[in-house]
Design a binder for this molecule. Sequence first.
Ligand SMILES: Cc1cc2nc3c(=O)[nH]c(=O)nc-3n(C[C@H](O)[C@H](O)[C@H](O)COP(=O)(O)OP(=O)(O)OC[C@H]3O[C@@H](n4cnc5c(N)ncnc54)[C@H](O)[C@@H]3O)c2cc1C
Length: 381
Amino acid sequence: MGKKHGFVEKEVKRLARQVALERIAPNAGERDENSTFPWDEIHILGECGLLGMAIAETYGGIGADRATFTSVVTEIGRACASTALVYVSHNVAQKAVEITGTEAARQKWLPAMLNGRMLGAFAVHEPNSGCDARAITTTARRQGDHYIVNGSKIFITSGGEAGLYIVLVRTEPEKGPQGMSVLLIENNTAGLSFGRPEDKMGLRSTSSREMFFQDCQVPAGNLLGVEGTGMQVLSQSAMDWGIFAAAAISVGIAQAAVDLAVQHAKERAIAGQPIGVHQAVQAHISDMITATEAAAALLMACAANADASPASATSNGFKAKLFASEAAVEVTNKAIQVMGGHGYCRDYTVERLFRDARGLMLHFKTSEWLRQDVAKAALGL
Ligand SMILES: Cc1cc2nc3c(=O)[nH]c(=O)nc-3n(C[C@H](O)[C@H](O)[C@H](O)COP(=O)(O)OP(=O)(O)OC[C@H]3O[C@@H](n4cnc5c(N)ncnc54)[C@H](O)[C@@H]3O)c2cc1C
């Protein structure tokens, strides 16, 4: 973003806040209720130039750093966590094309991804791999100018809706993690089909589906990076960028819960007194505010560290995501407590916030894996 950095950053955040508040938040509850995919909201973000904000100016983006990117995701997450998750998955796919695609692939895909005509997603997880991406079994065997892909993926955000997927496959099954690669696969490729959307507890507008590959023919030119570097390709996009954005969604959810609980504690009067006058309620509110601000501050510090020293991005992202995703669950849980029976009812948004926050402790690495990763980095293991 060069010299204009400060000004552009401020303007982008202001724009994101306004768009999120005025155009994304109003129907978030209805989308959750009906599991409606946020296509309108994605197109709005495309019209505003926010879809490609983390992509270099050469390719039509604004080259935002992680700190700016996560600020924008926080605003979207505060308005609607499902829209934010779809946005983040799209950005992971875009970043993968930008960082590891050939120049031809960038020219082919990025313009359509930046304006929202082509939605991106990433597909790593498999029914039998669990949290461990190194255990995937989907294969891609080279045959002339194509790879022939066989296997399946599960829980894929934007599954069936996105037009382009970055898919982790085994190109040399006998080589373990060294035998993995990432392919770009279009949704209309023969041999690719999708399951029905999962009936999830939260993040209900994100269309999580299974993907099935049966002798699916993918052009060899759709390989990202070089064969055998699949884990690195993924790490550069899903971990070095996506995991910060996942943390930002949690921070946004927590901020929304604080706003609602504080407002409720001021307005809800029992025996002539607002419930906020009681010290026990104040303690909940105080805990919510400090946890939310701590998560936001840690995220900003980790994003700034990663921007200054990109080699530290993954380890910084792990800390930010671990803390923010757990903080959001605690904060939304307390918000329900402050709001009593009302907080437990669908008409009062906090129950949705709690359901959405819970999903983010699972996606983009579970808390258990993140704890191990943070400790291993410190121990040099
Ligand atoms: C809302 C949502 C959206 C998602 N979107 C996508 C997507 O777009 N693309 C994609 O590829 N995936 C996606 N996923 C999948 C997600 O990444 C996985 O659900 C997650 O990695 C956990 O895997 P699992 O569900 O198979 O849990 P399991 O692997 O079955 O784990 C169950 C429990 O065991 C623990 N556990 C497992 N192994 C270990 C270990 N070695 N040490 C310690 N604890 C362990 C886990 O932490 C967890 O608590 C999404 C998931 C959710 C919930």
